[in-house]
Design a protein around this ligand. Structure first.
Ligand SMILES: Nc1ncnc2c1ncn2[C@@H]1O[C@H](COP(=O)(O)OP(=O)(O)O)[C@@H](O)[C@H]1O
Ligand SMILES: [Mg+2]
Length: 391
């Protein structure tokens, strides 16, 4: 029974995946392979369903036979006993009446037992959910105060699973309110992980994080997250109108506030040019938008709450250099701490603090000039980028 559930889940999730990844499948010409794979999964569910049907049929026919044959047997045996003189006719009739009253419920009981078994496997599934610990115990935390945007990391390490290696290792970092921090490093060096740690999306496996001096462990996460904005590498747009997508955190926000955020994110003009302006429906999860538009919408969504800390994780990577400069210039007017992960030198060089990461560790930190002067990892990175743009 439990097998039935898991096989069904596998087939259905693959089906959803197949539809969502249609573009890639077609581009790779692997529709046929995908269909074959899905057929395999579907046959599995059919086989399990057949097995179940067979079992059900067995149970059904057994109980049916029992129900039909038992009165007959009782009658025959009873009649023989009565004829032999061991039983009176009255007792025999009473017994057959009683047996009928007993056997029908018994048959039903057997049929119900198989349903109980199914219930068992559903309950098992529910257990997985109930056993998951809540992210925080309400009684032991207090709501975060209004944050100024200071963040302190003390020897913070983080790994994604018990057997994984540390994605962030032994990082000590101090970010001042209103500071513009850039995280650089090659892909896989732990930039995104560190950014998520900086806004309290993950709790460190080791070490301590404090916001405005208050330990993360003592702060209620929701009140903290309402004061930080993060634009991830893969922002998700919902099948609602543009306005609802920007005002995701608080649907009661005025159109003015939404527009203001869209202007700062340099996406207002794009939205106004859409067929229905701010009411344009993004029914396809934003597939009708360009990558840059999607990123700027996600940025507007983060800005609309006026966060104390704003994290941009390669959030302007799909923009052209000029628009990216405009966005960064608009953001520098805001009163908030900015943590930006970017590859373009033009974005990184004006940061107050550049943090260079490699294999989860912070290998260098300082301003553009100081790091160039040092001639280390960052200087290498800059030289490589300059070489590739001039050649
Ligand atoms: N959700 C995740 N689950 C497990 N491992 C992850 C996850 N996200 C990232 N990692 C691993 O953590 C390391 C750092 O990744 P990431 O912080 O995304 O690097 P970057 O943003 O610098 O490219 C990588 O080795 C990556 O495989
Ligand atoms: Mg990343």
């Amino acid at each position: 029974m439990a097998q039935n559930l898991s096989v069904q889940a596998r087939s259905e999730s693959y089906q959803v995946e197949m539809l969502a990844g249609m573009e890639s499948l077609k581009a790779m010409g692997s529709e046929q392979r995908a269909v074959e794979h899905w057929s395999g999964l579907f046959v599995d569910t059919l086989n399990i369903a057949l097995d179940r049907g067979r079992l059900a049929a067995w149970v059904e026919s057994l109980t049916g036979t029992l129900r039909l044959a038992s009165p007959l047997i009782i009658l025959v045996v009873g009649a023989l006993l009565v004829l032999g003189g061991t039983l009176t006719l009255g007792t025999m009739l009473a017994m057959s009446a009683l047996a009928a009253g007993f056997l029908t419920p018994l048959g039903n009981l057997v049929a119900t037992a198989s349903q109980f078994q199914l219930l068992g496997s559903y309950l098992e599934r529910l257990d997985d959910v109930f056993d998951t610990e809540a992210e925080q115990e309400r009684a032991r935390v207090r709501p975060a105060p209004k944050l100024a945007g200071q963040i302190e990391l003390e020897q913070v390490s983080f790994r994604y699973g018990p057997v994984a290696t540390d994605a962030v290792k032994d990082v000590t970092l101090r970010v001042q309110p209103g500071q513009f921090v850039a995280l650089v490093g090659r892909s896989g060096s732990g930039k995104s992980t560190l950014a998520s740690l900086l806004v309290g999306l993950y709790r460190p496996t080791q070490g301590r994080i404090a916001f405005d001096g208050g330990d993360l462990r003592g702060l209620e996460v929701r009140s903290l997250r309402s004061q930080v904005g993060i634009v991830t590498q893969r922002p998700y747009l919902f099948g609602a109108c543009v306005r609802a997508n920007i005002a995701l955190a608080d649907p009661t926000l005025s159109l003015d506030a939404v527009e203001g955020a869209a202007r700062t994110a340099q996406v207002h003009e794009d939205i106004v040019a859409m067929p229905m302006g701010y009411e344009t429906l993004l029914s396809d999860g934003g597939a009708s938008l360009s990558g840059g538009q999607r990123q700027r919408l996600a940025l507007a969504r983060a800005l609309v709450r006026k966060p104390a800390v704003l994290v941009l994780d390669e959030a302007t990577s799909a923009l052209d250099a000029i628009t990216e400069q405009q966005v960064q210039a608009a953001l520098s007017q805001l009163q908030c701490t900015r943590v930006v992960i970017a590859h373009r030198l033009s974005t990184v060089r004006s940061a107050d603090l550049i943090v260079v990461m490699d294999e989860g560790r912070v290998v260098e930190q300082g301003t553009h000039e100081a790091l160039l002067h040092r001639g280390g990892y960052y200087a290498h990175l800059v030289a490589a980028q300059l070489a590739s743009t001039t050649s």
